[in-house]
Ligand binder design. Structure first.
Ligand code: PMP
Ligand code: GLN
Length: 379
């Protein structure tokens, strides 16, 4: 058939994980932990399965989970969304992003994103008939140039997609970025899709700045998160989005025919976890900071230059002292010859991105990080 996405192949994450497996390399490419989530969460899942919670969940998500999300949001961002009309549980953040884009973007609409950008946004926009407009962020700071952003605005601009803490650059937005965004789009019918899946993995002193904490902006925003990141269970694929009632209603029109509902016992277990152990997500920055710092320290003896990491469980490393290869070729070489798999940065950009940067995932056991660092120090 004639492809609707002719330029697209398999995702870089599938490609690099497969290559890592084939070459028995330490896999720091695709972002997932090599350790398990909390025992309590696993026990609650087993409990709900045994107790017979095995039929369809309500389309919007089970009530206890929506209530627990509302309470957590209020405690962290000073805004309590209505659990009935403003919170929708989805099959991972991926589904929330796809449903939001499909619900909002009409043929010919323009969507602004910030490159490097996560790989799932653009295909969803293309399938909806939208056109991507990209602000390119430059290393090492990856700060948004707000005049470049303003220059991309047009009467066709419908949606802005942002991600903080940012995969892959590991930078975070400040409150002032949200204010700049608001000043740029106020008075126009432009919506905001804020991908905050790493909201609990933020090392910045000021903490995570959420779109939900910006009162005027959240009136037109869809905030997306994922329990996969927070509870070290990327395979559970449970996420959610928060948006005002009218926006949530549109997202739900898509969600009800994309998946209808999400895994019932996992939702109930996650509600139990949020209620019983709120310290888990509160301690997550500390948990990941220790891994980040251990890995950075171990890489100090290498010829890689590590960039600052303010959030996510990814580190960027500049390999220009090591090789002249482009980043894709370098990642293949690194996997096959050095035994460490990483992600090349240029794949997150539509335009030229002429830097020698790779992304390394540090959501790994200390022994894994130490072994990887040892190999990387031989470069
Ligand atoms: N957005 C970003 C920025 C991500 O890194 C990821 C996970 N890799 C997702 C969305 C998707 O999350 P999920 O696995 O919950 O679908
Ligand atoms: N979000 C993960 C990453 O950035 C990968 C998720 C996936 O494989 N689709 O590595």
């Amino acid at each position: 058939p004639q492809s609707k996405l002719p330029a697209l192949g398999t995702t870089i994450f599938s490609q690099m994980s497969a290559l890592a497996q084939q070459h028995n390399a330490i896999n720091l490419s695709q972002g997932f932990p090599d350790f398990d989530g909390p025992d309590y969460l696993k026990a609650r899942l087993a409990h709900h399965v045994s107790a017979g919670a095995n039929q369809y969940a309500p389309m919007t998500g089970v009530q206890p989970l929506r209530e627990a999300i509302a309470a957590k949001t209020a405690a962290l961002y000073g805004h309590q969304p209505d659990s009935n009309s403003e919170i929708t549980v989805t099959a991972g953040a991926t589904e929330a992003l796809f449903a939001a884009i499909t619900a909002l973007v009409r043929p010919g609409d323009e969507v602004i994103c910030f490159d490097p950008s996560y790989d799932s946004y653009a295909p969803a926009v293309t399938l909806a008939g939208g056109i991507m407009r990209r602000v390119t962020l430059q290393p090492p700071g990856f700060h948004v140039d707000w005049s470049a952003f303003a220059a991309l605005l047009s009467p066709r601009t419908r949606l802005v997609i942002l991600n903080t803490p940012h995969n892959p650059s590991a930078t975070v937005w400040q409150k002032s970025d949200f204010e700049s965004l608001w000043q740029a789009i106020r008075g126009q019918e432009i919506y905001v899709l804020s991908d905050e899946v790493y909201e609990h993995i933020c090392f910045a002193e000021a903490g995570h700045a959420s779109v939900l904490a910006h009162a005027p902006l959240r009136e037109r925003a869809i905030a997306v998160s994922s329990f996969g990141k927070t509870y070290h269970m990327t395979g559970w694929k449970v996420g959610y989005c928060i948006a005002p009632p009218a926006l949530s209603a549109e997202v739900r029109k898509v969600h009800q025919y994309l998946t209808f509902a999400v895994n019932t016992p996992a939702q109930l277990a996650l509600a139990d976890m949020l209620n019983a152990e709120p310290e888990h997500y509160r301690e997550l920055p500390q948990f990941y900071r220790a891994r980040r710092d251990r890995f950075i320290q171990a890489l100090e003896k290498s010829r890689l230059k590590v960039l600052p990491c303010e959030g996510t469980y990814f580190l960027l490393a500049d390999y220009s002292a090591v090789s002249d290869l482009d980043d894709v070729a370098f990642c293949h070489w690194l996997t096959k010859e050095v035994g460490v798999a990483a992600i090349p940065l240029s794949v997150f950009c539509a335009g030229p991105f002429p830097y020698k940067l790779i992304r390394l995932c540090f959501a790994k056991q200390e022994a894994t990080l130490d072994a990887a660092a040892e190999r990387l120090c031989q470069l």
